[in-house]
Write a protein that binds this ligand. Sequence first.
Ligand code: CP
Ligand code: NVA
Length: 322
Amino acid sequence: MRKVSLLLETPLSESFRGRDFLSLHDYTTEELFHIMRLASSLKAQRNIPLLEGKTLGMIFAKSSTRTRVSFEVGMFQLGGYALFLNQQDIQLGRGETIADTARVLSRYLDGIMIRTFAHEDVEELARYSTIPVINGLTDLLHPCQALADYLTVYERFGKLEGLKLAFIGDGNNVAHSLMFGAAKFGVDFVIACPEGYEPDLGVLAKAREDAEKTGASIDIVREPKEAVHNAQVLYTDVWASMGQEEEQKERQKAFCGYQINQELLDVAAADAIVLHCLPAHRGEEITDEVMEGPHSAIFDEAENRLHVQKAIMALIMKGERK
Ligand code: CP
Ligand code: NVA
């Protein structure tokens, strides 16, 4: 494993400076591997003052455990400071525009992490900010999660290309980012979902474009068993995401049978791992038995959020402002 300082003193690292991190689709395969390499090095060398004196603002319009804690701890371990901003408590929640908020925050901070509803809002924030913006989850995407997931897969299998990832459930933000990642890394991606809960067509089209270059396949099927057949990675997420609370009952019916349980796991590759971005609804999309069982890599996956996000922040927030 290369030392953190050596990884950062490369032209590739330089090219990250000042960039936003809104979607895995915006980064090349080489760049995504570079983030993961740095994340692995940071995992071995936790406290390193790469962002000394820098401040990250963290805007949350939705709840969070992992994202909030891992970004805050990550900034601390990098020698910087993280500021929690509940959207309801800042003027943004009372109608101040995104454009004005972006320009003001850019005068105080060195980076912004935002978790909100509309993906377009994050794009607008990034457009008006003169500092890097990181997507901490939107209704459309969850890129930090997916990159931490691929790091977890890489740690277990020593490679990504040629593996098969089966996503069981909703074609949601997490599924979208995993799909973008699969296309970049040459991972065969298949989602098993009920009719009406397919991934976004725009995301699908962009992922398939990238997949053509890497040889990955991106498929949608109805049957969980068909998806999971010979898969090395089984993935699931909640049936109703944040903001869809009112659809909970309807979704519980629609997704009945879209559960990762022992019977489904038996169809996967013998060495398959199970991932879940968390929080989980045990007994719905995943059983207790599988979550606690030997194939689960779920808590390693949660830990990797910290390392991957530290790598992202170190690369894009280091040095002068954009
Ligand atoms: N996986 C994830 O983003 O978790 P939180 O909602 O707790 O941040
Ligand atoms: N799809 C879930 C992920 C939570 C981390 C949601 O958006 O609520």
